[in-house]
Design a protein around this ligand. Sequence first.
Ligand code: SF4
Length: 387
Amino acid sequence: MSRARLTELRGPGVRPRSLDARALAALAANPGCRRRALLDGAGIDKGALAQALGSPASYGQSQFALIRGNAFEARVKADGGTELLRLLHERLAPGTPPPGPEEIAAPDLSAAGPEGRAARTALALREATAAGGWALLDHPMLVLDVAGSPAYVEPDAVVVHPDGGWTVVEIKSFPMIDGSADAAKVGAAARQAAVYVLALEQVAEHAAAHTGRAVRVRDRALLVCPKDFSNLPAAAAVDVRKQLATTRRQLARLTRVEEIAAALPEGTTFDLRLTDDGRTPTRPPEELAEAVEAVGAAYAPECLAACELAFHCRKRSRQEGAVEALGRGVRGELGGLGTVEEVLAAAASTDADQVDDPAVLALRRAAALRAQALAAAASRAPEPVCR
Ligand code: SF4
């Protein structure tokens, strides 16, 4: 299977969509989805595909939220990063005094194009590490090799410590209330931070060779959020070791994208056949749906917050009555029962062959309890009053 086949899947003349940290993190969050692995690996625009299928994605930040998020980030990084370094000390090095603004280097990372910015970032990291002081890299550009292609990712900041440690900083606009934040959002931020740590590890190897110093990419990222709905910053250290291991494994698996493509029926393509202005798809949605269905998916409700195709996959999952649509927890409890129809049949059955199946026994018991509760409620219902 060649790169030409991946180009054919996108459509002639369609530029591959690059993977950012959010996309890489979402890919790692649903390792079993071959559909997403193929579409992302081939650089297909899933948002445009979902739109053409008639199930556009609904997630994404509003313009207002973006402006508010940018203003918060600027506030966190103000005064040469003094406040940010204070938060970092508070969470990652309690008891040590934070550096003053004059002690924090802020290298210029501007360069042409992502390649130029990534090279400039790598140089700045090496220089800051060799200097042995504090440095704050604002929006550095990092590069990761994903299935043989470069993916450029941009953390909010990276802090270089005097001991040669590098810490990823993620600044988010969701609130941290009484020291804790929405677990799902923190999980997504941790997966994103893990992608940055992975990309930094590749730079660290070169930096250690160049500077002769030990360089350590820290596996605890600093998450900064607004405190209790105010615009004051609060921070937490987030351990990303687990996410790092998952992301590493997933990215290694991505090399199998060409294998997934090879298993597709001859001539399968996700080409939207856009009009000359590049806006309107001319390919019939039924044809596109057929191409999409040719690749296996692993829908779970979590997809709704992470994948542009979620509404399409949810619709199909519901049509098939797949229990995955009910969530991974429920799916795990149901053992070998794969559809809602099978679950209802198992709950109603009295088949003696299934008595060893704990899921079937639990369903029968639940059905019996429900029937009892309904009967009790019916017996307590007041007589209708006739006037
Ligand atoms: S929405 Fe569909 S394509 Fe996207 S990760 Fe979920 S199952 Fe896979």
